[in-house]
Design a binder for this molecule. Structure first.
Ligand code: 13P
Length: 295
């Protein structure tokens, strides 16, 4: 079933686990992710950014697809608009059926980030949609932004930001970055800062730039308060390597079987993430049975 991201993350925050949020641009990616999550009894977040929608996963097709697939499942699913600074796109996506939007004003001057985030929160909440925002700035791994301390989230400022904006989840900059890290380098996460942020904010926190950040880092980040881990680059890499591996093995393999190999590979990939984030077995049959009995 399709629900707000807030409802998924509040539970993850209460019970101290993380949810995978996978950038997904087509049916194979979305179906693989949701089937894997259903088999693991894990909540899941499908997300897509404005450029990804422009290039391939148009919102008019993605929204009904996620709605249809989620309706068939028992697990809670959220559909998030990832990294958007454009208010028109945000309004369009809320009207189209996204259940969360991420307003990214992390590049703006602080006051402007607050003001624009507040506008988004007010519109989204009035329409039953939750909001993620970003403070500090999670930059690009290729530019070594992960190690630029001046971009990291300041806990004092974060208290002020959350109070002023009333966002439902906060993306924090603590030492990860988007995209591929230089070969052989795993980022150094500032766990002390993360613990401090969790202690003062007590709310769902989001880690961007999950790809290449290392399983140990990710599970430790969840232990110390991260409840949503964004993964894009590694998911696309996984899909691509399924295609190349299949073609290397069988050069005349037909298109349908190539697509099927992508789904199978991504399902394994998502399941392994679900275990790193400790979000499996969160919805059991008996839980569902109990919920139905009390309705
Ligand atoms: P990666 O591409 O590094 O996994 O980052 C994804 C992300 O943070 C999307 O918001």
């Amino acid at each position: 079933m399709l629900v707000t991201m807030k409802s998924i993350l509040e539970k993850a925050n209460e019970d101290n686990y993380g949810i995978m949020a996978m950038n997904s641009v087509n049916m194979e990616m979305i179906r693989a992710a949701l089937m894997a999550a259903e088999e693991e009894y894990s909540p899941f977040i499908i997300q897509i950014g404005p450029m990804q929608m422009k290039n391939l996963g148009h919102s008019e097709e993605i929204v009904p697809m996620v709605q249809e697939l989620s309706d068939r499942l028992k697990i809670p699913v959220a559909l998030n608009l990832d990294h958007c600074g454009d208010l028109d796109i945000i309004i369009k996506c809320i009207k189209a059926g996204f259940t969360n939007v991420m307003f990214d004003g992390s590049n703006l001057p602080y006051q402007e980030n607050i003001e624009k985030t507040r506008i988004v929160v007010s519109y989204a909440h009035a329409n039953g949609v939750s909001v993620e925002a970003e403070l500090g700035h999670v930059g690009q791994a290729v530019d070594n932004d992960d190690s630029k301390l001046d971009l990291y989230t300041d806990p004092k400022q974060a208290i002020d930001f959350v109070k002023a904006t009333q966002v439902d989840a906060l993306a924090v900059a603590i030492g990860t970055a988007h995209g591929n890290y230089p070969k052989g380098r795993i980022p150094k996460i500032d766990f002390q800062r993360l613990q401090e942020l969790k202690k003062v904010l007590k709310m769902p926190l989001v880690l961007h730039g999950g790809s290449g950040s290392g399983d140990e880092n990710i599970s430790k980040a969840v232990k110390y308060g991260i409840n949503k881990v964004n993964v894009a680059t590694d998911a696309f890499k996984c899909a691509k390597s399924c295609i190349t591996a299949s073609l290397n093995k069988q050069p005349d393999l037909d298109y349908i079987h190539l697509c099927m190999s992508v789904e199978t590979g991504l399902k394994h990939f998502v399941k392994s993430y679900i275990h790193i984030l400790n979000s499996f077995n969160r919805y059991t049959f008996s839980q569902e049975f109990k919920d139905n009995c009390t309705e």
